[in-house]
Design a protein around this ligand. Structure first.
Ligand code: PMT
Length: 405
């Protein structure tokens, strides 16, 4: 696992050395990037010696001093693609503003725009700068974008004032990094079977019935579960998104094929998460040849097999989690599905809302178990996946703990 650690220009820059050391102790490779201002507080040599890697200090001469060349000009792209997370500690008000507004003026700000990896920022600054509406507005933008913010602590600040603004403790920063990396390994020993994407029901050799599912939600769950130590079996309907490399992927098209794959893999699984948007109906019979245009036509549909219902009759001790895509009476319908399909949990999203759910990088869900309701306001699908897996870990712990008399 590899992260980029951005160090920006504040008195707390020296504390980044300790963050670096703790992350390395966890087996994480760290590429340090220092802004020009950070280099006024700490010399790059300190981080180079600790990390064992060259420190990136500028856009066109990323490492040690040398003539700008093409390699260095595109290094931010290479770094962006190779990291599992971007962490900035300490993060100044200035870097938060650059990130929030998408202004790329140096290596770190360009890397932020170029990477799709999760981002963690640990701000540190003067209390008035922290409380300023501009800083708070920038933080809100970043929060909504899914950036994890490790809030600064309160106390005496280097500027002599008292208040919030001190870089958070190492433990809090490292915990946030491990969380976005899904590196807590709380799913080790589990085999998680995940379905993702749509199904396609054939009408004739060139046409089919389907829906707008992109597979992103299921893929985010698959990637997070793998990072949290699980073996991941992913059954995917047809999508154009690349599935996570760590998952063992079975490709299917129709609901029938998805059903067969789920029932085949269920016995080797300890957890099933059914994120797929499965067709409820399919043409009663698919035409052998392309249907010719002949005025109005009627397509006779029949119900597809309800995979989750079949799973119930075959399951042993697996934890079973369904998803529900609703457009009205969202919570009530989801609760009914939880009971009707005998699930341990259901994750419901209101897919009538703009910008979330189907074919988006973002979602907002409610996770309902038999005795818990957890709201996850709009965020990235990666973050939603973390919250769903947290609930599954909780369900697992409840099953393990002895029942009180
Ligand atoms: O793929 P994305 O673009 O990232 O979008 C994510 C999503 C919107 C598809 C996802 O978040 C979601 O809501 N998935 C469930 C969609 C769905 O089919 O919901 P449903 O309410 O129709 O079905 C309820 C549950 O029954 C689901 O777990 C479904 O997999 C399962 N089902 C449905 C029909 C069927 N024949 N067999 C089933 O097992």
């Amino acid at each position: 696992m590899k992260i980029a650690l951005g160090v920006t220009g504040g008195i707390a820059a020296y504390k980044a050395a300790e963050v670096l050391r703790v992350l390395q102790d966890r087996g994480i490779r760290v590429q340090v990037i220092m802004t020009r201002a950070a280099q006024e507080f700490v010399k790059p040599l300190t981080f180079a010696a600790l990390s064992g890697e060259k420190v990136i200090t500028g856009m066109f001469s990323p490492g040690e001093e040398h003539e700008p060349n093409l390699d260095s000009a595109v290094e931010h792209i290479a770094v962006a693609q190779s990291i599992d997370a971007l962490v900035v500690a300490p993060a100044t008000a200035d870097i938060l503003a650059h990130f929030a507004q998408g202004i790329a003026t140096d290596f770190l700000t360009t890397l932020y725009l170029a990477t799709t990896a999760p981002v963690v920022v640990a701000p540190a600054m003067n209390v008035n700068m922290w409380n300023h509406p501009a800083t708070q507005a920038n933080l809100e933008i970043l929060r909504k974008r899914g950036v994890k913010i490790v809030e600064p602590g309160a106390g005496y600040l280097a500027c002599g004032m008292v208040g919030q603004g001190r870089l958070a403790e190492n433990d809090a920063i490292v915990a946030a990094v491990l969380e976005v990396l899904g590196a807590s390994h709380d799913l080790s020993g589990e085999t998680v079977l995940i379905t993702a994407g749509p199904t396609r029901e054939k009408i004739d050799p060139v046409r089919y019935l389907t829906n707008r599912s992109s597979g992103r939600m299921g893929y985010a769950l698959a990637e997070s579960a793998a990072r949290r130590g699980a073996r991941v079996l992913l059954i995917s309907g047809p999508t154009s998104v690349t599935p996570p490399g760590a998952a063992e992927v079975t490709r299917v098209e129709s609901t029938q094929e998805m059903r067969d794959a789920v029932l085949h893999l269920l016995p080797q699984s300890s957890i099933l998460i059914k994120t797929a948007a499965v067709a409820d109906y399919r043409p009663k019979s698919a035409a052998g040849q392309k249907i010719k245009r002949r005025g109005p036509m009627t397509l006779e549909l029949e119900a597809t097999p309800d995979i989750l219902k079949e799973v119930w009759s075959k399951k042993t001790s697996q934890i079973i989690v369904g998803f529900a895509a609703e457009t009205e009476n969202v919570l009530e319908n989801a609760r009914q599905k939880l009971l009707a399909k005998n699930l341990d949990a259901i994750v419901v999203n209101d897919v009538s809302r703009e910008g979330i759910g189907f074919d988006s990088d973002r979602n907002a869900v409610t996770i309902i178990t038999r005795d818990d309701v957890v709201e996850v306001p709009e965020t990235t699908k990666w973050e939603v996946a973390q919250r769903v897996l947290d609930q599954i870990v909780k369900l697992r712990q409840q099953r393990k703990s002895p029942v009180k008399a």
